[in-house]
Design a protein. Sequence first.
Lengths: 115, 108
Amino acid sequence: DTGVSQDPRHKITKRGQNVTFRCDPISEHNRLYWYRQTLGQGPEFLTYFQNEAQLEKSRLLSDRFSAERPKGSFSTLEIQRTEQGDSAMYLCASSLGDRANQPQHFGDGTRLSIL
Amino acid sequence: LAKTTQPISMDSYEGQEVNITCSHNNIATNDYITWYQQFPSQGPRFIIQGYKTKVTNEVASLFIPADRKSSTLSLPRVSLSDTAVYYCLVAWGGKLIFGQGTELSVKP
């Protein structure tokens, strides 16, 4: 099953360090989404790409966050100068089409813990 | 802000039918109603989607009244493995907005 894969599954780092996560979507999917989820809450939208173009960014995505999808395939999410509040599960999803209501296929996330 | 309202939690027993109702008073004309299921430490999984009336697939049914201001996810004969959080969302061209979801607990 070549679903959405995320790497790493877990990341523990010290406050102030930079971290980078990778997402490999389903190969033919043109849309790629990033979400953040904290305990007991639903996923919160961060940003999404249509092919290689980043079309929308949430105001949750501060200047310390940057996402790329250089060739319209895999994507990376980088957090610079991590803070305690960045501890969360970071989820990636992909879909085929140009509407958000197309079923999104989620990976199992990267759990980030800031010490 | 989430565009939907649903119960925080529900309990059920194995073999029962479970109905989870979602309120979406401000649904837009073009919005679809979509339900996802999430197990701990996993990403959400698409369950079902509909625009109006009734939709059924191999795992669930979705009932949408004519005014589309609410919808009901129906899970027939639940099992212990259906214990999860269920999210109701509305979306068209923009992004998905998740609420807190409904935590369903199925007991033996």
